[in-house]
Design a protein around this ligand. Sequence first.
Ligand code: NDP
Length: 474
Amino acid sequence: MAFDYDLYVIGGGSGGVRAARVAAATGAKVALAEEYRMGGTCVIRGCVPKKLMVFASTYPGQVEEARAYGWDAQIGDFSWDHFSGMMNAELDRLEGVYRRLLDGSDVEIHDGRAVLKDAHTVTINGSDYTAKHILVATGGHPVSPDIANAELGLSSNDIFKMDKLPKSVLIVGGGFIACEFACILHGLGVKVTQYYRGAQILRGFDDEARGLLAESMTHRGIDLHLGTNIVQMAPADADHRAVPVGDDAVGKQSKAPQHYTGPIWVKSTNGSEATFDHVIFATGRAPNTDGLGLEAVGVKTNRRGAIEVDDYSQTNIPSIYAIGDVTGRVELTPVAIREGMAFVDTVFNGKPTKVDHDLIPSAVFTQPELGTVGMTEEEARDAGPIDVYCTSFKPMQQAFAGSSERVLMKLIVCKDTRKVLGCHIVADHAGELIQMVGIAVKNGLTKEQFDATCAVHPTMSEELVTMKTPTRSA
Ligand code: NDP
């Protein structure tokens, strides 16, 4: 059967764009559909604008530190208008780059929402196109808790589009996005309160690392409430009380007016009431699988709605593959890109390639940052005997400026093989550091091989090759 395309990609995020370009480079005829802006979550409403906001938010701290170093420095006011104008121009530029890359690779761009019609057909803008292979790379979206008036809250998507910087926010959640935005907005001068329902933020990360980070965030001025969640929210009046909306003031049946932008009244699980300019829900993300035609075509999804795939990113329908956040595996841009490349190797280069999801380094861009690769101490302890090498100290640059904040450098080492099983760093630039350590951990280097590497002095990370005696063993 003759198809219109060899490959039809649905979704113009990092994974879809890379797969489309690399497949086209093999000589395949490729089309890609995107319903919104080319670049997807990472470029348009995730990693890129978030990192720009991280940069913007660190300047007040740097200026304060500069004074301790003898500079007569004062920071003025922050102009959200100026910054967001620059940020949007940068996103437009990057979107243009993505489009030009696709054009230059001879990938046909279809602007619109593509839906699966059958195992080899998609429908978009009223037309059907057939393809030998279809790749679903539609990503995910933020989700809010199921409480009345939740629509009054913002998601991470909305933060980048705010007209002005709020004076106060409540951030709900304790994951990557919640912690990053708590630090960003605090750094920009917003009064930040954060509710996390669990005992400690960043569930799944090394306990000692997340403990130190939580301490640091609190010390810097983020009002972090653990074991706390939001139970009710409503528009607030001038006296900081809930405004009755609908038949019932704040109950389940109440309905907030659309496009409400005023202050929000919140009641929490501990019974306290407060008002905030915004409530930001950073309560997780869900895969973009609704209305894609998956059920009609018979593509299996899991309990969370993510597309089920095998090690080669193939779904139960042989002609349909899926990569990135829509598969709910590891929701990180570089992973989606690697899944896209492995897909192209498997399908277009005759080299069946499994995606390697083991030992992926990652960083939470809080202040300070948390960089991590491999097992946490808690995971490693369950897997076998370990030595833990750990040091926490005041880094030279900040200590000189009078700061009492500490950094953490931690290695988890297998007692039997001496391999470094995990590394956890809480420090400024931990994201940069963990990229390098990740190479060593991924390649199975031992503690002794770490130590055979000469220290770079004076740095914070020299501790990673100079910790001689285990702090504890388990
Ligand atoms: P996460 O899963 O990391 O965090 C979700 C948070 O919301 C958790 O703390 C969770 O609590 C809490 N939560 C969930 N449901 C509710 C609820 N009903 N009420 C209150 N709290 C709730 O999701 P994120 O959206 O922060 O990030 C999604 C993914 O995106 C990450 O896992 C990561 O892979 C990726 N990401 C990566 C970044 C990076 O590399 N720097 C930056 C941002 C995102 P609990 O722990 O109890 O479940």
